[in-house]
Design a protein around this ligand. Sequence first.
Ligand SMILES: Cc1cc2nc3c(=O)[nH]c(=O)nc-3n(C[C@H](O)[C@H](O)[C@H](O)COP(=O)(O)O)c2cc1C
Length: 438
Amino acid sequence: MIELVNHDPLRLSLAAGAGVLWLFMSAAILWPKGRKGSAETVDALILSASQTGQAEELARHTQKTLAAGGLTTRYVSIGAVDAADLQNAKLILCVASTTGVGDAPDDGRVFEKALMATTPHLSAQSFAVLALGDRSYEDFCAFGHRIDDWLKACGATAKKPVLEVDDLDATALKTWENYLAEWGGSHVEESNPFAPWTLNARARLNPDSPAAGLFRIDFTVPEGASWQAGDLAEILTPDGHRRDYSIATLPEEGRLSLFVREVIKDDGSRGVGSGLLTHALNPADTVPMRLKSHKGFHAPAGQGPVLLIAAGSGLAGLRPHLIALAAQGRPCWLVYGERHPVNDGALSRDMQAWQTQGRLKRLDLAFSRPDDGVKRYVQDVLDHRAEAVRDYLGAEGAVMVCGGLDMGRAVEATLRRIMGETWLDAALTGGHYRRDLY
Ligand SMILES: Cc1cc2nc3c(=O)[nH]c(=O)nc-3n(C[C@H](O)[C@H](O)[C@H](O)COP(=O)(O)O)c2cc1C
């Protein structure tokens, strides 16, 4: 788990007597390995609960801002925090996003099930919650509010009401900056700024389809840029919106590609991010972009077989994994869904070629609008092959799912039936069930 401890140099030098050092060293030796060091009291403990990394990035920024102001700070991912960590902080700041349908992000699930089921004594602590969400969801910022309620129930004092952030709204984020200044923070520069990336080529992958256009968008890779399978590219639109896209290539391929589905709303207007990428930008134009590590969707640990499931543009998030996992010799079974085998078949044909080349151990394709009218979705394939799925995954297998939220839900429900609740919950908690859903 991620953990950074930040010390104010002045405070440290004051404490640097030989006795203190000795105590420090013995504590390091006596403290059991893997313990998170919660005995250390800090001015501010910063937590993040994050699915795609935005809350984590804001939490790290929060830590840097407070540390720059001279506070002792500690950052911990919410999945790694315990009651003692909370009790050893004067101020607890929690940056939490909401995912699914009002759910905690994957890294917050254990926290919610285990720690939030208890009531540690926190009457000496004050706290604030920065809740990330999107107002288009019914349960707006629900997990942030649940954390806020729980901290109050534990006796902690709220410094501010929950600060809700709708789709990373700049005004709300500025309010958080002001709070940080009020609590002793000092301004720090953005550590991963946007830079101009040049569009190199754009191709429609389904030119004969009546469905919305699916485009492959290629960018020239600037010197020194790097990323790994599962990572995201975030663009900044002219009206200040940020949009994340799964990166469909690996740096060694020499280009950064995105698979982007055109979005046309009921009023005929285009989606802000997709409209820019699939329509407004032309080759040689630039767009402000930055690469973001997406730890929750990096490859699952171990050497076990991986079942990869995607539909439509979701193949973007799996394609780099298929290359990297196959290069490591890990067995890959891909279940991929699209509309029509010919008109929407460009990416599935690529995958058939990969199977012939031996990159995929197994490939199943599901088409929802085939000529014979028999609709098949990825979850139908899983259902149909339930026994093979159980044999393939066994105890060591992992699952990676990328695509729309509805597909993700249907796949999870099907896998719960096939593998059992215990297997699935253990896989979720242990990082063997990884999702990149949108
Ligand atoms: C699949 C999905 C489900 C979401 N569900 C909710 C929700 O129920 N309520 C909400 O307020 N926001 C919801 N959001 C919006 C996220 O909370 C928001 O995008 C946030 O900035 C993500 O932060 P993170 O990268 O730290 O996870 C959802 C986003 C996605 C992609």
